[in-house]
Design a binder for this molecule. Sequence first.
Ligand SMILES: NC(=O)C1=CN([C@@H]2O[C@H](COP(=O)(O)OP(=O)(O)OC[C@H]3O[C@@H](n4cnc5c(N)ncnc54)[C@H](O)[C@@H]3O)[C@@H](O)[C@H]2O)C=CC1
Ligand SMILES: CC/C=C\CC(=O)/C=C/C=C\C=C\C=C\[C@@H](O)[C@@H](O)C/C=C\CCC(=O)O
Length: 260
Amino acid sequence: MALNDKTAVVTGAVMGIGRAITEILLRNGAKVALLDVNETAGKDLMEVLEKQYGRERTLFLNCNVESEEQIKAAFKKVADAFGGIDILCNNAGILNESMWEKTVSINLMGVIRGTYLALEHMSKLSGGRGGVIVNTASMAGVGPLPSCPVYTATKHGVVGFTRAMAVTRAASTASGYGIRFNALCPGFVQTDLLSTIPAKLGKFCHLADMTNQLVEKIGTLTVSDVAECFLELVTDETKNGEALLFFPQGKQYVTFPSLI
Ligand SMILES: NC(=O)C1=CN([C@@H]2O[C@H](COP(=O)(O)OP(=O)(O)OC[C@H]3O[C@@H](n4cnc5c(N)ncnc54)[C@H](O)[C@@H]3O)[C@@H](O)[C@H]2O)C=CC1
Ligand SMILES: CC/C=C\CC(=O)/C=C/C=C\C=C\C=C\[C@@H](O)[C@@H](O)C/C=C\CCC(=O)O
């Protein structure tokens, strides 16, 4: 899939991994709508991106993925401004074991909300052009992160939801969305989310050392490493229902047990 003149939406686009994904999309010719709750940083980033990539190629929208209304309004603005949506990256996420309901609401429900509302613009069944949805899960979506059970649950949920949506597409002409669904599963990445651990571990703060040892053992990725893997999932049209697991020592498409 060539990205020239495609329209992409990225949630949690202003910082960390979302920002790197936004920039790789722009470098490859896409127009990008940046959805985020951080309005100040979002507006500052827009100024930088407009200078680098041109005024008509980016749009910042203040949008909390916990709100169906806000996502709906944002997608409509994107479709009106850019003439449709081809790519969605449900990337916004937090790690906060104390505020576990909010963690579920953003990390898992935010992905489901974003996906279902995007179908209205992207699905060929509702007049869209089809495209690709990439959800940012985590290595913790494939194996447990010991100090973060709720975070782990949300990321396993994202992987399961992504794979089930992809199977729906493959298995039924009634679900002829024309959309591929894939999940990104990076290990530890150098961002604010990682640097604010252990303050976010709540009742599992006594496991902070164990988590730090795991970070030492596995090592850390850069946001550019993640953006490159995102690009692979978007551009390789053979990829649907994949969970791409990567960390400094390796990269693999996860093989799950065959159940029937
Ligand atoms: N940093 C890491 O080690 C890893 C992160 N991830 C995942 O990558 C994604 C991005 O994480 P990072 O870039 O590390 O985090 P970050 O904290 O650096 O950036 C997150 C961005 O999401 C935005 N955001 C937060 N809540 C939001 C909401 N309710 N609605 C809209 N935007 C919201 C923030 O304002 C920020 O711009 C998350 O889903 C995270 O779980 C996955 C694996 C490893
Ligand atoms: C602290 C969280 C920071 C960033 C968020 C994130 O998503 C990062 C995830 C990174 C890696 C997850 C790794 C999970 C690995 C596990 O499934 C096991 O392989 C490790 C199991 C036990 C470790 C403790 C031990 O050594 O016995």
